[in-house]
Ligand binder design. Sequence first.
Ligand SMILES: *Cc1c(COP(=O)(O)O)cnc(C)c1O
Length: 401
Amino acid sequence: MPGMSSPRIPGRRFLHSPGPTHLPDAVLAAMARQPMDLADPRVAATIEACDAGLKRLLHTTDGEVFFYAANGHGAWEVVIQNLLAPGTVALVPGTGHFSDGWAQQCEALGRAVQRTAWTEGRSIDPASVAAALHADRERRIAAVFLVHTDTASGVTNDVAAVRAAMDASGHPALLVLDAVATLGAVPIAMDAGRIDVLVGASQKGLMLPPGVGFVVVNAAAQALAQANPTPRFYWDWSRRSGSMPYHRFCGTPPLNLMAGMEAGLQLLFEEGPEAVFARHRRLAAVVHAAVAAWSREGALDFFCTEPAARSVSVTAVRTAPGVDPDAIRRVARESFDVSIAGGLGPLAGRAFRIGHLGDVNAPMLLGALAGVEAAMTVLGVPYGRDGVAAAVAQLARPSAS
Ligand SMILES: *Cc1c(COP(=O)(O)O)cnc(C)c1O
């Protein structure tokens, strides 16, 4: 078979893309089962466990979960089709690649979008959101579509600050949070944070393969959807209730993926969400220590210029002109079995990205950082040679938690 002729890789290829992410063995094992008939009580039990687990993780009693056999783009479309009635507008604060993608999807579906300006390397300025809402005297903006962490730039936005800016403006727009890259990596409290809709996907912090997109929706958002006459079917929230498990999926559920989700959520709660979030902070600091050391020779730097806004899920590393990030990726993968991600959209050819979310521990990350160093050495990229040593020193710091 074409593409299958390469020799077996001894050991493991380390996957450090920010999605899809490495899968825990327990998730793989849970998915390795025969499908079941849809009336089998285990089907309903698995779906209920996923529903309850997501609500628990998100601290919501108000939210209802809708699952889709889809990726994150599918979940974006869910939000657009349910919330945006003709004549209404989505306010999309600029975060770079992912806010652009979501905005373009709105426009492709005939919806009006208002964008706020994106400043490279920076998080959203909540004042720009407040100003856009303030200027909307006719109240055409139905919702703010906020990307929590833009996975392309590695910048995390301050959701509470955007929420506060929305409140101060007195505008009734709903807050829709794209948490695809943050769910399972940082604390999110939907009800307390007054997040009306949360958008998620399976293949990042939740430690699952791609294939399930979902939204968690509060009563205000459901009321807005109910009043929206836009024709829709598969995405429609109102078609997703009923006594049988498949009613919630508008057809056959992706059973094996849901079994994986049940197992993944169980792992998350066994470790404890606070411990999971602390691990993400600790490991992000380890990567940041390496990148800071590498950057001393001037050929690399953090893409995010605001240290407090650097993501705990992914670090985007900007490369100077003449340094090819895709060559670094290729050598890292082909010669050292370390898979990292490239630049997307405005960062294509200008950055590489190291994912550090999900089922990751310190030795995996040290291996990944060493593989990237080896690739840069092979290619003659000038970098501060003590990146891995700085990562080890960061790990060994007693205060690192
Ligand atoms: C990955 C990602 C998406 C898109 O998800 P797909 O499953 O690739 O469609 C959307 N938003 C964010 C923040 C992401 O990281």
